[in-house]
Ligand binder design. Structure first.
Ligand code: ADP
Ligand code: MG
Length: 624
């Protein structure tokens, strides 16, 4: 066969229904597309006026109006922008996927500046009108002197009619005759909601009007535009006040609590990115963070929380990001696979790390105060993104039992003579109060890790920081607490005592799996502590997480009862062990010592508690 070349052709009858039905996932967006076309039309005119190519009177008030008519079931989108000539209508409207926006930009490329951004791009937005309308009419008058107004009408098929119109004002009116399924849109509340969702920050003032209302009725109330044409993120950060940032936050996120602090992003190169990220103040009763990052493209709302652009962990924050260079496809909400997107995401998380570092270095006190609210976010970010961890690892702080804040480095450095590479922590200050007290008496410090994420975070840190080991304050602390010299001298003796006490406690507690250690603890007044190795405890914790129940009792034998041979009670137990007349008292005391040690380790269950109370009464009665 001979080689041949050809062009792929498209039959409009076939493609049109696809455009109408499937191009956009969400019907509401025809509002956004038609309003943004109006904004583009105005922006183009402004641009042409600025370079002297169009004559516009100085007091022109530019607008895009949305007028609805309940009886006629029509929606009108009216702008006083550049309008179109008959040729332009044929070219831009009737050639599907031929964008007049692209055409305009390439024509005036040299004379465009950054502040005059055109939204259009794909030449498909206009056709979203057919998702909701049977018939669409355009009436338009071009800014060009001596132009004739045109009327274009199309009923959703592939044929259209074009004729002259008597429109006398410059600009364009698009009229939609809504289909039966879409009459919900001739409703003020619905329209207001959709406009506010997608167009709150478009650069031209948008008004909503009821066509049925008489004009003078309208004039009585002062009509305000629905949008804010100068959103805060577009301003230079140097020109924004704290109050403006706070007010913007309240308005956009409906959060009555003030944000802790914020980051104003303003990048021109290598991509265009503006935005504000807020660190919200957490609500402690419901400490789940619900972030929201709104993504805009040239002030047009695209969607919330788009994970391709915004690093996942940043979605715990609240903020707006406007990126004009997003490689958005026609339906805007979907991002094409693009290397730029990854760069944008990296850049944002770098900026966040920089801001946190700056705060840490310049305002350590403030940073400490914020820690409670921001630690979850930072820890989560570290675990999600290695780069982020590398940037912030030196500014991760821990509150210690003294009430001050230390970094991991500072903690390790301060304690390296006492316990090298070991970090002791408390995850429940009340429950572990007894251990904390012992720690303090022995000049030791532990850090407090009481947020939900911490058990995962310490696993993560152990992986990252070679050799560092986190131990809960009731794990193998005997090494740290014991009087080493005393034990060194009395090895033989201790061995004997251990044997004696172990068999004694097995008998008293009626449990031959009890592990007993005898040691000289530095604090004399404590008879015993219960210790549980960090590994066993993590195992228990994991199991209970998987099975959703408390399985601590399934591993009852991992705990060690450490008896303090310096304590008087323990001493007398050893002394009077063979005295038959003291048998019963020793049993009472043994059980009580065990319960007391257990109580500061974890909560007693109901049965153990009632036994403890009954025994306490018995002991008290004996005193008198
Ligand atoms: P895009 O906006 O991506 O270029 P659209 O399908 O939304 O594509 O619009 C196609 C073209 O029709 C626009 O580029 C513009 O040239 C023209 N157009 C649409 N609406 C208007 C309007 N309100 N005023 C002037 N021109 C318009
Ligand atoms: Mg458009």
């Amino acid at each position: 066969m001979n080689q041949e070349k050809g062009n792929i052709s498209i039959h409009t009858e076939n493609i049109f229904p696809i455009i109408k039905k499937w191009l956009y996932s969400d019907r509401d967006i025809f509002v956004r597309e038609l309003i943004s076309n109006g904004c583009d039309a105005v922006n183009k005119l402004k641009r042409l006026a600025a370079i002297g190519e169009a004559k516009v009177s100085d007091d022109t008030k530019y607008y895009v109006k949305v007028k609805f008519n309940k009886d006629k079931k029509t929606l009108k989108f009216i702008d006083n922008g550049i309008g179109m000539t008959a040729e332009e209508v044929k070219k831009y409207i009737t050639q599907v996927a031929f964008s007049g926006a692209e055409d305009f930009i390439s024509k005036y490329k040299d004379k465009m500046d950054e502040s005059n951004q055109i939204i259009g791009h794909f030449g498909l937005g206009f056709y979203s009108a057919f998702m909701v309308a049977d018939t669409v009419e355009i009436e338009t008058l071009s800014y060009i002197d001596g132009s004739e107004a045109v009327k274009w009408i199309c009923d959703g098929g592939t044929e259209y009619e074009i004729s002259s119109s008597n429109k006398s004002e410059r600009g364009t009116t698009i009229t939609l005759h809504l289909n039966e399924e879409s009459v919900e849109f001739v409703n003020e509340f619905k329209l207001r909601e959709v406009i506010q969702k997608h167009c709150s920050f478009l650069p031209i003032e948008i008004y909503l009007e009821d066509e049925a209302k008489k004009e003078d009725e309208d004039k009585k109330e002062e009509i305000k535009p629905l949008n804010d044409i100068h959103p805060l993120w577009m301003k230079n950060p140097n020109e924004c006040t704290d109050d403006e940032y706070k007010e913007f936050y309240k308005k956009v996120f409906h959060d009555f609590k003030e944000p802790l602090f914020w980051i104003h992003l303003n990048v021109d190169y290598p991509f265009n990115l503006k935005g504000i990220l807020y660190f919200p103040k957490l609500d402690h009763e419901a400490a789940t963070i619900e972030g929201q990052i709104k993504l805009y493209n040239n002030q047009v709302f695209v969607a919330d929380n788009i994970k391709e652009v915004i690093p996942e962990f940043l979605m715990l924050l609240k903020g707006v990001i406007d990126c004009a260079d997003l490689p958005l496809n026609v339906s805007r909400s979907f991002l094409q696979n693009d290397r730029n997107v990854a760069k944008i995401s990296k850049h944002i998380s770098k900026k966040v790390a920089d801001k946190l570092t700056e705060l840490y270095k310049k305002e350590r006190e403030t940073y400490n105060n914020f820690w409670n609210d921001i630690n979850l976010f930072i820890k989560y970010g570290c675990m999600r993104e290695d780069d982020f961890y590398d940037k912030v690892k030196d500014i991760i702080i821990f509150k210690n039992t003294e009430g001050s804040y230390v970094t991991l480095k500072e903690y390790l450095e301060a304690n390296k003579d006492k316990h090298e590479n070991k970090v002791f922590y408390v995850d429940d200050e009340k429950q572990q109060a007894q251990y904390i007290r012992m720690f303090k008496e022995n000049d030791l410090q532990a850090i407090i890790l009481d947020s939900k994420i911490d058990s995962h975070f310490i696993n993560f840190l152990e992986m990252k920081e070679n050799g560092v080991k986190f131990n809960r304050i009731d794990s193998d602390i005997s090494d740290t607490l014991k009087d080493k010299n005393a034990d060194e001298e009395n090895k033989e003796e201790i061995k004997k005592e251990t044997e004696t006490l172990e068999s004694l406690f097995k008998e008293i507690l009626n449990n031959d799996k009890v592990k007993v250690n005898v040691e000289s603890l530095k604090s004399e007044e404590i008879p015993a502590v219960i210790l549980l190795s960090e590994e066993s405890r993590r195992m228990q914790q994991m199991n209970s997480m998987f099975q959703g129940m408390d399985t601590a009792n399934m591993f009852p034998n991992d705990e060690t009862l450490v008896l303090n041979r310096k304590n008087n009670l323990v001493k007398s137990m050893l002394l009077k062990n063979n005295d038959e007349s003291k048998r019963e008292d020793i049993k009472l005391i043994g059980e009580h010592i065990y319960d007391l040690a257990m109580m500061s380790h974890k909560q007693l269950d109901g049965e153990a508690m009632s036994k403890f109370i009954a025994r306490s009464n018995k002991i008290l009665t004996k005193i008198l």
